[in-house]
Write a protein that binds this ligand. Structure first.
Ligand SMILES: C[S@@+](CC[C@H](N)C(=O)[O-])C[C@H]1O[C@@H](n2cnc3c(N)ncnc32)[C@H](O)[C@@H]1O
Length: 613
């Protein structure tokens, strides 16, 4: 799985803000999240977060699905053209009242790490995807070079000074690789350097980047931009060649004839491209990859680009190429995701079909707090991004107090500004999402900056409204979702109980068991003591006597296995899909077999020791 290599060179820490610019279908996003979450204590969240972006909505949905099993509240998924990924900035001195910022520590969304796994010709994957042969042509690489360069430059603009960016492709063509890196270095004029990572991951067989190459176009080899001009290849740009130098024609004689020689001169780069890595199929029986690790030493030089009619913020380092795409409106149509609450009866954003997206207030315009709050609310209701459900902080104190009381969640587990819904009608909220402090900060900044980010998914689905008759008869109509359970479990003091293996297996096998059919008397008693509604059943480990009294809370650690259940009037039922039940059952059977074997081995050892003694 060498496609997993690029994130390994990012050196991601728990507190890092990471941008995955072209993230779908999400295998590398998953890895980045694992890095952020590594060494997390049970029930604790890291300070970092990942924004996973992709231009393709369908692929974004695939990513959301792929990353669901990570059960993370430290992820936001956005849907932008990476080369136009928006700036998200709040200028402190534009506030009429300094306190408007609240406790906001972050005034600009910049990243410690950026993964730039760009779209490419994919010729490095030909072995595992032979279908590419039919579509492949050498022109594919030439066709994506400029886009790759734009995406990489935007990534560097969004990178904090001192941060690291990995540029990667699964292509072998230098036009998509060394040529892009060379142009980055030239454009950044010393503010970005290639990092020599030869001592990192020593077990990875790699080859140095190329210093010299030619460009192939329509059956002809071109050694320099001069050749491209000679053959009239307007699509072949100077940055595709090692020198990056445009050809200036000074060779015409008096008759206007070009005095070109026919010798193909191949340019050699003077940049340290040997620091790039080429992973080739015949070295370790893999696909081919290209990886370059870049370090931002200082702010980028301001590069003049066509300023956007939509741009609102002054130009700075991170503002290069912030041109809002002209086709944004087209892109925004019908953007939905499976997490959305858009199926709910009252979704005002649906009514806006065909209307102009809300104009963002200029941050220089002094407004009263009430006006600002009103504007903010309008943005929340309508959503700047037409068709995308709004991101709304869930603040219904009565519902929150009810949830806290029912599940015995202590005040130390903060709900303040951590719960989000995708429905502006908070009375009809179906799902409540939990976000980490880091994601919360980004959401707040995004509001202040005029909803620059088009967020398709955010945080972790934690609570879902039960709409059935039995559901509404519970003192709390919000059940805990299976994704939210791992985070909430260590903090729950009520509606949680432990079961011996026999009843736990029955629950998974039969999905629902009548109270009289519960085998273990103590477990039956403990279930009887639970309130009607959602509860959590934790599997007793081995022979441990967990939960002495009927209301005792079972111990929870990283190895705890628990399932969300529903206590009805006469039975206990699992709230897990049949597929998940089967999977868990199989895992448990393996675990029990292993336990049995090790118990048998222990018994033999004890016997042997006794005999020897
Ligand atoms: C090489 S794949 C990324 C693979 C991904 N990093 C992973 O590990 O699963 C390239 C992705 O770029 C996306 N893409 C293409 N053009 C883009 C653009 N202009 N902005 C953002 N994403 C783009 C494609 O939809 C595709 O999902």
């Amino acid at each position: 799985m060498l496609s997993k290599v690029p994130p390994l060179f990012l050196d991601v820490h728990r507190d890092h803000f990471v941008l995955d610019m072209c993230a779908a279908p999400g295998s590398k996003t998953f890895q980045l999240l694992e890095m952020i979450h590594q060494e997390s204590e049970v029930g604790a969240l890291p300070n970092g977060m990942v924004i996973a972006n992709d231009v393709d909505v369908q692929r974004c949905n695939l990513l959301i699905h792929q990353t669901k099993r990570m059960c993370t509240s430290n992820l936001a998924v956005t849907n932008h053209e990476a080369q136009h990924f928006p700036s998200c900035r709040w200028k402190k001195n534009n506030t009429t009242n300094g306190s408007d910022l609240g406790g906001m520590s972050m005034t600009e969304l910049l990243f410690d790490r950026v993964l730039c796994d760009v779209p490419c010709s994919g010729d490095g994957t030909l072995r595992k995807a032979p279908d590419i042969w039919k579509k492949w042509s050498v022109g594919m690489a030439n066709g994506v070079h400029c886009l790759q360069l734009q995406i990489a430059m935007r990534g560097l603009a969004l990178l904090k000074t001192g941060g690291r960016m990995v540029y990667s492709t699964c292509s072998m063509n230098p036009v998509e690789n060394e040529a892009v890196v060379s142009e980055i270095l030239r454009k950044c004029g010393g503010s970005v350097e290639l990092v020599d990572v030869s001592s990192e991951l020593p077990q990875l067989v790699r080859r140095p980047g190329l210093k010299t190459w030619k460009v192939r176009d329509k059956g002809t080899w071109l050694g320099s931009h001069k050749d491209a001009c000679k053959y009239g290849r307007s699509g072949i740009v100077p940055s595709m060649f090692p020198s990056g130098q445009p050809h200036v024609d000074t060779s015409s004689d008096e008759n206007g004839d070009n005095n070109n020689d026919d010798v193909l001169v191949t340019e050699v780069s003077s940049l340290p491209l040997e620091c790039c890595m080429r992973i080739v199929p015949h070295d370790q029986n893999t696909g081919a990859f290209f990886i370059a690790v870049l370090h931002k030493i200082s702010p980028l030089p301001v590069i003049q680009t066509k300023s956007s009619k939509h741009s609102r913020q002054p130009q700075s380092d991170s503002d290069e190429k912030t041109k809002q795409p002209e086709d944004d409106k087209a892109m925004n149509v019908d953007v939905k995701n499976e997490e959305s609450d858009s199926d709910e009866a009252t979704n005002p954003s649906k009514k806006l079909k065909g209307t102009e997206p809300e104009k963002t207030e200029t941050l220089n315009n002094p407004k009263s707090r009430a006006e600002k709050a009103n504007d903010k609310r309008k943005l929340q209701i309508q959503g700047k991004w037409f068709g995308v459900d709004p991101v709304v902080f869930f603040k219904d104190d009565a519902i929150l107090a009810n949830i806290k009381e029912f599940y015995g969640i202590p005040e130390s587990f903060s709900f303040t500004h951590r719960l989000i819904t995708r429905n502006s009608d908070t009375n009809h909220v179906k799902r409540i999402y939990y976000v980490s402090e880091s994601v919360k900060n980004v959401v707040e900044l995004n509001f202040l900056a005029g909803e620059q980010l088009k967020i398709t998914s955010i945080g972790l689905k934690m609570f879902e409204r039960q709409t059935s008759r039995e559901g509404t008869s519970s003192p709390c109509v919000f059940r805990i979702s299976s994704e939210g359970l791992p985070l909430l479990l260590p903090h729950m003091t009520k509606q949680i109980t432990s079961s011996p293996a026999v009843d736990f297996k029955h629950l998974l096998q039969y999905k629902s068991i009548k109270f009289p059919d519960i085998v273990d008397d103590r477990f039956r008693e403990k279930v009887a003591a639970l309130a009607l509604g959602c509860c959590v059943v934790v599997l007793n480990k081995g022979n441990e006597n967990e939960g002495e009294g009927v209301s005792d809370r079972p111990k929870v650690d990283k190895s705890t296995i628990a399932i969300g259940c529903w206590k009805g009037r006469s039975s206990l039922s699992v709230m897990v899909t049949a597929v998940d039940c089967q999977e868990l059952l199989e895992r448990l059977l393996i675990r029990f077999e292993t336990q049995k074997e090790s118990l048998a081995e222990d018994a033999i050892k004890v016997k042997e020791t006794e005999t020897v003694g």
